[in-house]
Design a protein around this ligand. Structure first.
Ligand code: LLP
Length: 417
């Protein structure tokens, strides 16, 4: 990622962040399309092998249409987890045949929309969904392609809030029950079992959990193939970590290469559903310092960005590095609390962080926010959501989402008569 200081000013892919803030206002999400393309190509290349493969970008990491389009144009598919994400994927031009739909609680309307649009497969996580899909497929008169999401009961060694493949998590079908469930599926003519999938968690920085889970899924697949089930693919999920502070995750290419190795010579296609690793490093959140507040206890740097714009630090104690956009040589470096204006103490981006003391009006860049930044933004405290700009691969600053207005805030609401 080309994020560096040029003449004391932070720039992304050669464009000054100060100039972008002046043009588009703050808080502002800025993404490098080149970084996204690079990350996607690394995974895509490493997954290549004797059988077909497909990278299904997990939209939840960053579902902006221009981001999805960026990946769709490289030939990637999409992993969606709601009717809304399915709508976005199709709107951005992802072919339905490259879309998979995961999720533990799909509604009947979502199941129907997915089948209607002809997606690659629904990744089923509850037995109830099998019966529901079988019934809808019967009505539509064509079988529903499904994959079973396996819960392999493997510890991914990540933050407990984003671990998904352990027996106590709500996700996936317990691996020990899969063979029995497959027997039940054989009795449902509306279902066509085409794959097995897994996803054991997010921000995982070690390969061993992936390998252990993938081996289990691969061995289940081998059993099913020998039992005559016409499986077409294995989907090893997403979850590869990125470096926010001092983590040392495997590279996306190493991760993908390890998954291909686990597939070995099984005659199956290979899918993966990375989200974070394709977009996290591509994005910065530009925010303006609105004030400095010194109390006997602390110094607070108050920003115009808040927990409604980026909730990762508050929800997962996540670390994001925060750098001045304009270097101030000689500014004293002090431990400060970096906070937003929202009316609760949770609204803190960093505590006791050493920062060259900014002045009101200065800009700061919160880094590595391309994933689960804007996608988790809300209107809490009736704050309009931020604008987004993409620096395209040819170096243009392209607005991809307008800043919300106050009218947007009340859209759909009705005053009492
Ligand atoms: N596939 C499925 C079924 C998933 O549930 C997820 C993420 C992914 C793929 C993509 O995982 P990734 O490659 O992005 O790790 N909001 C949290 C992360 C939640 C991840 C949820 N599932 C955060 O900000 O850390």
């Amino acid at each position: 990622l080309a994020l560096d200081y040029q003449d004391g000013r932070l720039s992304l892919d050669g464009l000054s962040l100060e100039a972008l803030a002046a043009d588009f206002g703050t808080p502002l999400y800025v993404y490098s399309q080149a970084a996204m393309i690079d990350a996607a190509q690394q995974v895509d290349t490493a997954l290549a092998g004797p059988t077909p493969h497909l990278v299904c970008y997990a939209l939840k990491a960053n579902p902006s249409l221009a981001v999805i389009q960026t990946f769709a144009r490289l030939g990637l598919g999409a992993d969606v987890t709601s009717g809304g994400e399915l709508f976005r994927a199709l709107r951005a031009g992802v072919p339905a045949a490259k879309v998979v739909f995961s999720g533990v609680g799909k509604t009947p309307a979502e199941l129907r929309a997915a089948l209607d649009s002809g997606i690659r497969a629904l990744h089923v996580e509850t037995e109830g969904e099998l019966a529901a899909l079988n019934a809808i497929a019967g009505e539509l008169g064509r079988p529903a392609p499904i994959a079973l999401r396996i819960n392999p009961d493997v510890d991914p060694h990540t933050h407990p809030k984003i671990a998904t493949g352990m027996s106590e998590n709500k996700f996936g079908l317990p691996w020990g029950e899969v063979l029995r469930i497959v027997e039940d599926i054989r009795k449902m003519p509306g279902l066509r079992l085409v794959g097995l999938s897994m996803h054991i968690g997010s921000q995982i920085t070690r390969l061993d959990g992936f390998q252990e889970a993938a081996r289990l899924v691969a061995s289940l697949a081998a059993d099913l193939l020998s039992a005559g089930v016409a499986l077409e693919y294995l989907d090893f999920g997403g979850g590869i970590g990125v470096r926010y502070a001092d983590e040392t995750p495997p590279s996306p290419a190493e991760w993908a290469g390890a998954l291909r190795a686990v597939l070995g010579d099984l005659p199956l296609g290979l899918l993966a559903e990375p989200g974070r690793s394709l977009v996290a490093g591509s994005g910065v959140l530009i925010t303006r310092v609105t004030g400095i507040k010194r109390t006997p206890a602390k110094t607070f740097v108050i920003l115009d960005a808040a927990m409604n714009d980026l909730i990762r630090p508050m929800l997962y104690d996540a670390y994001h590095s925060i750098d001045p956009v304009l270097q101030r040589p000689g500014a004293p470096v002090e431990p400060v609390d970096i906070v937003g204006p929202v009316c609760e103490t949770t609204d803190t981006f960093a505590r006791g962080r050493d920062l060259p003391l900014p002045e009101p009006g200065d800009l700061l860049a919160i880094r590595q926010v391309g994933a689960y930044g804007m996608s988790m933004a809300s209107n809490y405290n009736s704050r309009p959501r931020a604008a987004e700009v993409m620096i395209t691969a040819d170096g243009a600053a392209l607005p991809i989402r307008d800043r919300e207005t106050y009218d947007d805030l009340v859209r759909g609401e009705r005053l009492l008569p």
